[in-house]
Design a protein. Structure first.
Length: 525
């Protein structure tokens, strides 16, 4: 159960900011990050870190006010006796790497792939991301901090403290050295006896004007890849659109550039560098289901033989509930056990950190990929995932396009977001939907040829030929829905089942959700 602040209507000084405290992070519209709220929040973070550590690293993304927010956090931590290591503008994975090199504690000011007028904060405590309960508890603690009337004097104090903190100038160098060592170990474990004279591929990289723009060309170039860069200047206005490679149309420029330059592959990173999407040499977006499978296969193929993870048999591969019905079989064919879990990269990270589980890899449809094979940091890092894929392909007899041709074909919709009146509306709809799916379970299976019903995160129905899922977003007032099947006719059949269910459970006389689902169109290659 989510913790709520008692008598919030009367006593909590920051009620308008409650909506910022999401399931995975703090995120929302810029105007909510006002000075008095920021200073109070910074002090809550500082008090929390003081309980577990004496130092913290702090970084920020390219957004207009991210540096200012980071300065508030740094000043509060410094004032409360913490040693602050200022990283400057970095990716979230670089922050996580440098935090891990120190005490495992770090703050990253970022709103990831969100639109430009959104800001946010992610953080690590003792190398772990917060749970949704931790985040709600933070809001409760915020209510115990006396509200400060912000003044120019306090702002001057914050700026003076900023001049005193420790600025880390070689953070990227440390990160690059860590990745270089990881690939040296991968080579030593797997490829030292293999002669390889393949030329290094030409790749197109779209940084989407996000934080990877500062680092991608240098890092991929160090490994010998010929790089053609797109949107490789950090820009808080994101002139080409939201820094979200999953958004419809956002890979069009990358696809065109791959074809124009006759490149071998295109890679796209989101705003803070923790999500990856790729484009094949033909200019086609590689299905995230296929990308997840390939990266999982790489983790299996290249696993170190004497690690604690790989000595545990059978190996586990984690994927989220939005992934294709083909994925479990593909993973099982590699000798691993497919494990379906709730959507959320921080949730998957916690699963991988669970020492009793011994899962080797986890991935999400949204492009978060986490290797737990011990070569590098356990964190969703788009640059590292891209390098793992390119390195593995170097030692394969077939190129990426040929490999993809041998994977099962399907037709799917994108992961669509359906707006709700409010969060309670979504909760009510899903509750009704789950109740409906439980009562006539046998009837549903018989009538619609459903093989399995999963309710770990919304409602997922698996058919012999496809699947559909409807769940509540953890980052906004939306329902998310995705359908996938082996043919257009079967996709439409899955879609009709969900339309019918929503017509039954939604008391909206306009049947808005059902109509939105009925109008969803598949992705056309």
């Amino acid at each position: 159960m989510t913790t709520t602040y008692q008598n919030t209507t009367d006593t909590h000084p920051f009620l308008p900011q409650q909506k910022l405290f999401k399931a995975y992070d703090i995120r929302g519209e810029t105007h909510l990050f006002c000075d008095d709220f920021l200073w109070a929040l910074a002090n809550v973070f500082a008090k929390r870190y003081r309980l577990v550590t004496d130092s913290v690293v702090i970084g920020y993304d390219v957004r207009q006010h991210s540096e200012t927010i980071a300065k508030f956090l740094a000043a509060a931590c410094y004032q409360q006796g913490l040693s602050v290591h200022w990283l400057g503008q970095v990716t979230t994975p670089i922050m996580a790497f440098l935090a891990n090199q120190a005490t495992g504690n770090g703050l990253m000011v970022t709103a990831s792939h969100s639109k430009k007028d959104i800001h946010g904060i992610k953080w690590l405590i003792n190398r772990e991301s917060p749970s949704s309960q931790d985040i709600q508890d933070l809001f409760v603690q915020l209510g115990t901090i006396p509200k400060t009337i912000f003044s120019p004097k306090l702002l001057s104090k914050i700026n003076n403290i900023y001049q005193k903190i420790n600025h880390i100038d070689n953070g990227f160098t440390q990160y690059q050295q860590g990745i270089t060592q990881a690939f040296a170990n991968i080579y030593q474990q797997n490829y030292v006896e293999i002669f390889n004279n393949k030329p290094k591929p030409t790749i197109v990289i779209d940084c989407m004007n996000g934080a990877t723009a500062n680092f991608a060309k240098q890092l991929f170039g160090k490994f010998g890849y010929h790089c053609i860069m797109l949107n490789a200047t950090p820009n808080p206005n994101f002139p080409k659109g939201n820094p979200d490679p999953c958004e419809a149309g956002r890979l069009d420029e990358l696809s065109q550039a791959v074809c124009t330059h006759k490149a071998d592959m295109g890679l796209a990173f989101d705003g803070d560098g923790d999500r990856l999407m790729i484009v094949s040499s033909k200019g086609n977006m590689v299905s995230p289901d296929h990308l997840l499978y390939l990266l999982a296969k790489i983790a299996i193929d290249e696993r170190p033989q004497k690690s604690n993870i790989t000595q545990h048999q059978p190996l586990e591969i984690i994927f989220d509930v939005k992934c294709s019905h083909h994925l479990p079989r593909l993973i099982a064919n590699q000798g691993a056990v497919p494990i379906m879990e709730k959507t959320g990269s921080s949730l998957m990270r916690k699963s991988l950190q669970n020492q009793s589980r011994k899962s080797l890899f986890a991935g999400e449809l949204s492009g978060h990929f986490l290797f737990n094979d011990g070569y590098f940091l356990l964190h969703d890092d788009a640059i590292y995932a891209g390098l793992r894929l390119l390195n593995w392909l170097t030692f394969q007899p077939n190129n990426l396009t040929q490999i993809l041709e041998n994977l099962p074909k399907s037709i799917s919709t994108a992961d669509m977001y359906l707006p709700l009146h409010n969060a309670e509306h979504g909760q009510k709809l899903l509750k009704n939907l789950l109740n409906l799916s439980k009562k006539p379970f046998f009837f549903l299976k018989q009538r619609f040829h459903i093989k399995n019903i999963a309710t770990i995160d919304g409602l997922r129905l698996d058919f012999g030929f496809g699947f559909g899922i409807l769940r509540q977003s953890n980052t906004g007032n939306f329902l998310t829905v995705r359908f996938c099947a082996d043919s257009m006719a079967e996709l439409q059949q899955v879609q009709r089942v969900f339309v019918g269910l929503c017509q039954v459970i939604d008391d909206d006389p306009q049947h808005t959700i059902a109509k939105q689902i009925a109008n969803i169109q598949p992705i056309l290659a």
